[in-house]
Design a protein around this ligand. Sequence first.
Ligand code: KIV
Length: 279
Amino acid sequence: MKKTITTFNQAKLNNEKLTMLTAYDYSTAKIMDEAGVDAILVGDSLGNVILGYENTISVTVEDMIHHGAAVARGAKNAMVVIDMPFMSYQTSVYDALVNAGRLVKEGHASAVKLEGGAEVCQVIRAVTNAGIPVMAHLGLTPQSVNIFGGYKVQCKDEASAKKLIDDAISIEKAGAFAVVLECVPAKLASFISKILTIPTIGIGAGNGCDGQILVYQDMLGMFSDYKPKFVKQFADVGTVMKKAFSDYINETKSGIFPAKEHEYTISDEIMKKLEEEIK
Ligand code: KIV
């Protein structure tokens, strides 16, 4: 059955953990969906792990629609959330509504995610009122990497920890149906999870969150540019892929591949006729 924001509400009420993964294409989304993940995020981490940018800043609404629609075709049951990229919602409520609308109409998202606290509450309210569920994102918000001066754990001092709590309460009041907490101390994330009525989805925020999310290339060992402390590598798919690619290269160069079983046949009679005609 298709998962919706009701799945998120119910999970919070029943104290059941939610699972999310990122995906950016049809085949991967289909495998995740078959595995039973609750929701798939078409994250703007697309910029890093798919497009090879240094950060998420250059990702466009068009990129998100292109990859989002592919994921939506593969996700039969999982809810699909698409990230609103940098400057697609910060400029005005009007821009946010237009772009969130495009992610739903053209990208086939069931919800959108955007970064920020009190400063984006007006946007969260407007987009939600327009009928589009909004997932918030607090803590390490990668679109603000140039303000943070790098990807670092956030909210360790009293003032920033208090701001995180205030922001979490504000985005809930503005109508967000869930919130991602990224790279914040586990005890703080656990406390916020207790005081909010909406589910918290942690990434580098410890076990006290109501759910977890990971970038799939990180958890499968497919992305080697950097490895955050919070990532658990569940499989070494990167090594498996590299071995398969090098086996393919070696077998092709040495003539082992393709073998007889990979060929299509044609009758000898036809071939003989063709050869005589061409002679
Ligand atoms: O873009 C992304 O993949 C994200 C997750 C890390 C939560 O925002």
